[in-house]
Design a protein around this ligand. Sequence first.
Ligand SMILES: *Cc1c(COP(=O)(O)O)cnc(C)c1O
Length: 833
Amino acid sequence: MPHRVFHKSNPASDITKLPKLGMEKKHFISDFKHYYSHRLGRDENCRSPHYAYEALSLTISDRLVERWKKTYNVYRDSDCKKAFYLSMEFLIGRSLSNAMLNLGVDDVVTQALYDLGLEAEELVESEPDAGLGNGGLGRLAACFIDSCATLQLPVTGYGLRYEYGMFTQQIVNGEQVERPDHWLRMGNVWEIERPEYMHRIKFGGRTQSHIDEHGNRRTSWIETHDILAMPYDTPVPGYKNGTVNTLRLWKAIATEEFNLQEFNAGDYAEAVAQKVTAENITMVLYPNDANENGKALRLQQQYLLASASLQDVIANWVGRHGNNFSKFSEKNCFQLNDTHPSIAVAELMRLLMDIHGLSWRDAWNITRNTMAYTNHTLLPEALEKWSVNLMQSLLPRLLEIIYEINAHFLAEVSARWPGDGERMARMSIIEEGPTKMVRMAYLAIVGSFSVNGVAELHSKLLKEGLFRDFYELWPGKFNNKTNGVTPRRWLAGCNPELAEFITETIGDAWITDLSQLAELKPYADDAAFRKKWYELNRASKQRLVDFKKFEYDIDINVDALFDVQVKRIHEYKRQVLNVLHVIHLYDRIKRGDTDNWVPRCVLIGGKAAPGYAMAKKIIKFINNVSHVINNDPDVGDKLKLVFLPNYCVSAMEKICPGADLSEQISTAGKEASGTGNMKFMMNGALTIGTLDGANIEIREEVGEENFFLFGLTEAEVEALRGHYDPEAYIRDDNDLQRVMYLLECGHFNRFEPGMFDDIIASIKSPNDPWMTLADFRSYLEAQKRVDAAYRDQEHWTRMSIINTAASGKFSTDRTISEYNHDIWHLTPIQVEG
Ligand SMILES: *Cc1c(COP(=O)(O)O)cnc(C)c1O
């Protein structure tokens, strides 16, 4: 509905015509003062750095918005194909320093602040993390949108604007305590609310079918309880290229008329209570990583994301093409980040048929040519299933459509494998049984033209295992896209001194073409280069030490080997194996076996899902072992174990530059890719790891002599299953016996009897899926090779340089280029110059 608020003699375009904002120091100073004094109303007596942070962010945000509008207009005028990245999580972290880096103004702004008597660092540090994600999957989405903007691809991110992000972790008496993360409390200068693009979302009610004027059967979804989805847009700047893409996050709000009915009936309190119910939907991020818990509110969140985003794209389409959808799939592509948004398959069908009048056939052709699905895990507990009953009551029309999709699909299966009832039952989107379930991953596969895993091994295992039947049916759908991380945040931004040194050496083109880091390789043989590299690494370690000292009063010896494992706490990631090694080192110190000792500081950090009892117990275990070791005078500086509380994006930006050794020790076949491994490698850490996920590709790139490999392969793990005998490993290994003795005699829980019984029982169980003890000896031997390598500092530094030099493959610029080449087929659009 075209409407205009301006009379004809004063065209709307005039009010947005402004002179280009200045990019010199004086412009930043005057804009900063304007915001600080007039918009925020603060003066020189204000003590909080928060308002200086806000004034600077508003100054920077203006420059983004200017380029944002231009990008929007250029995309619109070019009528280009677009892709939409649908994700329940965007783990953004902080925005200010990244915006300054990508605009290319970090130096001039630092100067401007200096003139104003302010420290850029302090302002940057007062920004809260936007923690709208759990871990790797959410952080990947954030890295992806950075790369899309840098590659000038017209891609919009769609997600949810949770009022409360990932909880803040505190450690009390060694245990995790969760505190709500009200990240919006002080406002959010990076977002713009856009009520003009609100959409209505239906829940509940029932369906009714009738015959329309053309004799076609039509279905309406009636008597629903509706809510509204309010969009909040955040600019996503590319690296120094004038492109600013959009991340659009939906907030659930109550519909006005729904409240009004109650209000007219005199039930004011009820009306307000309803409002609260509606707004609960986007109140909180579910804090489960790689684990579904099947709550109704979660399904509502997923449907809100899918429906609002698809309505948004379709409204745009209809605004330009009317009800002609013949070219829709040529111009639009939806990438589903894991199964979470897969209800989008059924929702697109609903919108095309029920709202826009398309036939089943046309709607299905469009859906199957626009949806693409990325799988992120093989863990069965992460595979989403919704009970048919829940879906019936919450989304009855969607359930109908899913049943119909399934009927068409099973007909296809039956045509391919006539009479194979078992296969039909295996592949059906509906799982039969006492409680019928909808298998959301299958819905995603059936409704998509592309299905990808996130590392070579993971994609192979999807084809051979989890999705084998589907691979047999549609081999051409399956492909691999090995994950990456953005080198802007994860090298240029988080390690500016090292980045500067790299740029001095090989120029700055590596920032947008990371393969150029390979040019560093010959410098590994240059003693002067190695010396500087070593000094920079030491400075990063010192910064990490100072930072932790400041935050938590933890004392660490900067000359120790920094051995780091930070990631979500999960049994498959095997933090316990790491601690068993630490206990072994402690035991060696206690028995005086310390010839040629390499001092180590083992840093472990990560959050446990609040409902995952074993993961929380592992945190307590790490902290108890830490307490005993760190307070033993015999140990001293030889060994420290430190738990880093509240692991998050901004913490990782300080941790990864200061690491010597990166622990990537999951049971082979369980970590789909990993991305923490890539951040560490880029910053020059060496990896100790299993042949799992992207570790395999990291080792391929860096060479086996620069990687500390240990453990069973995925095939060996599977072959061992069924006759795994942990007692035998204990019997045959004196070191392991001693470690188990310390554990079982309660050495680390003297006043807390039985505290670690669950952990002990799980690693001693023949059914331990993670086979921790099977890899113990091999892990110890690899750690000895680590010590030997570290004793020769020149050798270690050489390997460190080679790791950074070989990390080029792990840029999300490479990953996104592959998504675009194989799946999206977008044309890069130049916005500037
Ligand atoms: C990179 C990152 C992750 C993913 O780490 P993995 O080691 O791949 O599991 C999780 N959380 C945060 C905050 C990260 O930055």
